[in-house]
Design a protein around this ligand. Structure first.
Ligand SMILES: Cc1cc2nc3c(=O)[nH]c(=O)nc-3n(C[C@H](O)[C@H](O)[C@H](O)COP(=O)(O)OP(=O)(O)OC[C@H]3O[C@@H](n4cnc5c(N)ncnc54)[C@H](O)[C@@H]3O)c2cc1C
Length: 365
């Protein structure tokens, strides 16, 4: 049995993880559950490390050609961020076309209970609860089973998965679910038991997915996936004192998507990790996720104060505020600074990764 993956919070361990990337193995094995993936997403999604930083380290070691697959995967993340910038709240609705074959907008009970009967998926869901991580292929299988076999609309189950992921990112999450469900892609994604056995290393037969692709696309909802329920998720935020602000200094505002220890590192400033209840009411996350966010902040950003409250209440304490650009910070006021991009010149809206990557490739050569 493999040891479950751990996510240390100190910066040197995170950098070591980047340095250990094997770009050749990554390309060959990334689709397998036990493949040489990077396990960097929780740090990327929380803004602790930046995509150009990873690209530079990997390209310096392996060259552009061998690094291309990994850079392309990093570009998927950036693509979703660009879609979010352009489409804003529309990413929470069917973006390109309506999802077809929708029986309900609730959560299939046996998926939440990790009791679908597909052992590789059930194990991956239990592992998500234990570690806050799920392999990309397992996420695709889970979303496929939920939306295309159990015929749930994607939004509720996307929120369920987001809740548990240490790397929860609203753009990557909502848009990937939409991609699988066929509302942000040209068709629904299907994987059958044979495909799952190949990539998950399982050997299961005669399951509800042990059919041809044509049969899967035309089946009704299997009995095991018919029970559904309303999802109830909530976030427990810490109670914190009002922060102490030195009014002669600027205040840097961090949040669960920006925990960059190198951001304005040399500046003498107040540093606040802002946890806004209104945000977490709308997009709840688990205690494990909140603990991870706080640990990343406290381990890597000296003298940071944690503040549970609204941006407006922070603004009553000081208006000399600096923050990073992000769709979730659109209501912040003060001086906005830009994020680091892999392909900063490719900032237009592209409706598919393929057309986006074609444009990026010119800058990658
Ligand atoms: C249904 C579903 C939900 C998802 N939800 C999230 C989410 O909430 N947050 C999130 O960061 N990713 C999400 N992803 C994308 C992807 O699964 C994860 O980024 C990846 O599995 C993270 O593991 P890793 O760092 O080991 O990946 P690696 O394969 O090592 O990839 C390196 C980095 O490239 C980026 N990347 C790789 N694959 C993808 C992809 N398909 N889409 C976007 N970026 C990618 C990530 O930043 C990742 O850290 C989701 C995918 C699916 C199918």
């Amino acid at each position: 049995m493999n040891t479950p993956i751990q996510f240390p919070t100190n910066y040197s361990a995170i950098i070591e993880r980047i340095e250990q990337i094997d770009a050749k193995q990554y390309e060959r094995t990334r689709n397998f559950f036990n493949g040489a993936v990077t396990y960097l997403s929780p740090y990327i999604a929380r803004g602790v490390i930046q995509l150009p930083q990873i690209k530079e380290i990997v390209v310096a070691k392996y060259g552009r050609y061998i690094s291309e697959k990994l850079v392309q995967e990093l570009a998927w993340r950036e693509f979703f961020q660009r879609v979010w910038q352009h489409q804003e709240a529309s990413i929470f609705t069917d973006l390109k076309q309506e999802q077809i074959k929708v029986a309900h907008r609730l959560m299939p009970s046996n998926i939440e209970a990790a009791n679908t009967g597909i052992l590789a998926i059930d194990r991956a869901i239990k592992n998500l609860y234990d570690t806050g991580y799920m392999h990309n292929h397992a996420r695709m299988y889970t979303a496929m089973l939920t939306c295309n076999i159990a015929q749930a609309h994607w939004l509720t189950p996307a929120k369920w998965m987001y809740y548990h992921l240490l790397d929860g990112d609203l753009a990557s999450n909502m848009l990937s679910w939409q991609w699988v469900a066929g509302s942000f892609s040209s068709k629904k994604y299907y994987a059958n038991q044979e495909n799952i056995n190949k990539y998950a290393g399982s050997q299961q037969y005669h399951t509800l997915l042990d059919h041809s692709y044509e049969e899967l696309a035309n089946k009704g909802i299997p009995a095991d996936l018919q029970d559904i329920h309303e999802l109830t998720l909530s976030t427990i935020l810490p109670s914190t004192p009002t922060p102490t602000i030195d009014s002669s200094l600027p205040t840097l505002v961090y949040n669960s998507y920006n925990l960059d220890p190198y951001w304005n590192k040399e500046l003498t400033a107040n540093r606040i990790l802002l946890l806004e209840p209104a945000h977490f009411d709308k997009y709840p996350v688990s205690k494990k996720v909140i603990d991870f966010v706080i640990a990343l902040a406290q381990t890597n950003i000296p003298v940071i104060q944690i503040y549970t409250g609204s941006f407006d209440s922070l603004y009553t304490l000081t208006s000399n505020i600096i923050y990073k650009e992000h769709p979730l910070s659109n209501h912040y006021k003060g001086k906005m600074e830009s994020r680091a991009w892999l392909f900063e010149h490719v900032h237009q809206y592209y409706g598919s990764f393929f057309s986006y990557w074609k444009k990026c490739e010119r800058y990658y050569q």
